[in-house]
Design a protein around this ligand. Structure first.
Ligand SMILES: Nc1nc2c(ncn2[C@@H]2O[C@H](COP(=O)(O)OP(=O)(O)O)[C@@H](O)[C@H]2O)c(=O)[nH]1
Ligand SMILES: [Mg+2]
Length: 315
């Protein structure tokens, strides 16, 4: 088993995309081979630049991802994309105007796109995301993009895996306010006002600036970039903003701190999950039925019963 999974890792490192897809499924679905895969890959992680994009459905995240992919590819970098957005064209659901360009990327061996369902993972998507990032980083992708809808807490947490978080809003009354309410203001490293070909750009930029002024002082003030993703307008500014944020993180040692904190958070949630799994095993132990009978017969209280079952596991 372990040997098999190491062979899959080796194949994936050589560029075998089917092997990579298998690795991701293994860790996502928490299959028995997951431990060996993660143990093998983890030591080579910490090299990728991870960029998260979040914002309301339809704000243009996928179109922007497409633009960013093109820019990164023209620099020669390989790019992996994790699309958590259920409305994403990457999922093959919606067929959008940018389909043709997207197909270019799909056939580009330097781009790997993987969609992640928001259900069906043990511990939820936020537990699966760090593992998927570990696989992509460990395989050697220098650039990882995570696209997610900025609505639910879980989705926002997934973006927490990113070194740089881009929050996408659109021009129009109240969009910036909505983003603020969804908790996106605090997590933004870069704001993008996409669809800048539409009216209301100035107002939206002003709203964002006002909200940033009202917030607590930060070492990094998120720049506000205007883009028309469908025409790749503003893509140069966006790439500069991403580079500047990256440089800020690296220069002042923030990247190390951020990553250490993220690893601690991952350890804590992995620990909680491991505990839950272990406790679930307790329900299958020999003593469980006996203990349950004692509880239903009111000979033993449920709290002491739980305690003794947990103690029974140690050994
Ligand atoms: N007018 C205009 N439309 C855009 C722009 N960017 C994206 N769109 C369109 O907005 C729609 C949603 O874009 P998509 O990237 O799928 O949004 P997502 O749901 O956030 O990923 C698509 O029809 C895009 O073609 C833009 O800058 N201007
Ligand atoms: Mg999308």
């Amino acid at each position: 088993m372990a040997q098999d999974s190491i062979e899959i890792v080796t194949a994936a490192r050589k560029g075998d995309r089917r092997a990579l897809a298998r690795l991701i499924s293994i860790v996502e679905e928490h299959r028995p081979a997951a431990s060996a895969v993660l143990a093998e890959l983890f030591p080579s992680t910490g090299k990728a630049n991870v960029v998260g994009l979040t914002g309301a459905p339809g704000s243009g995240k996928s179109t922007l991802s497409d633009v960013i992919i093109s820019r990164m590819r023209s620099r020669g970098d390989h790019v992996a994309v994790i699309a958590v957005d259920p409305s994403s064209p990457f999922t093959g659901g919606a067929i959008l105007g940018d389909r043709i360009r997207m197909q270019d990327h799909i056939t580009d061996p330097g781009v790997y796109i993987r969609s992640m369902g928001s259900r069906g993972h043990l511990g939820g998507m936020s537990a699966a995301a760090p593992k998927v990032v570990t696989v992509l980083d460990g395989i050697g992708f220098p650039q990882i993009l995570i696209e997610t809808v900025g609505v639910g807490q879980a989705e926002v947490e997934v973006v927490g895996e990113a070194d740089t978080t881009v929050v996408v809003v659109n021009p129009g009354w109240g969009d910036a306010v909505q983003a603020n309410k969804a908790g996106l203001l605090e997590i933004a490293d870069v704001f993008v006002v996409n669809k800048a070909d539409r009216p209301g750009v100035r107002e939206t930029v002003r709203d964002l600036n006002q909200m940033l002024d009202l917030g607590s002082a930060r070492e990094w003030r998120p720049p506000i970039i205007e883009t028309v993703a469908t025409k790749a307008e503003g893509s140069g500014d966006l790439m500069s903003a991403l580079d500047n944020h990256r440089a800020h993180l690296v220069d002042d040692g923030h990247l190390e701190t951020k990553r250490s904190q993220r690893l601690e958070a991952t350890l804590k949630s992995a620990l909680a999950l491991a505990a839950v799994e272990r406790m679930a095993n307790a329900q299958e132990s020999d003593g469980y039925q006996q203990t349950l009978s004692k509880v239903t017969e009111r000979r033993l209280d449920p709290w002491s019963a739980a305690q003794s079952l947990v103690e029974g596991l140690n050994g």
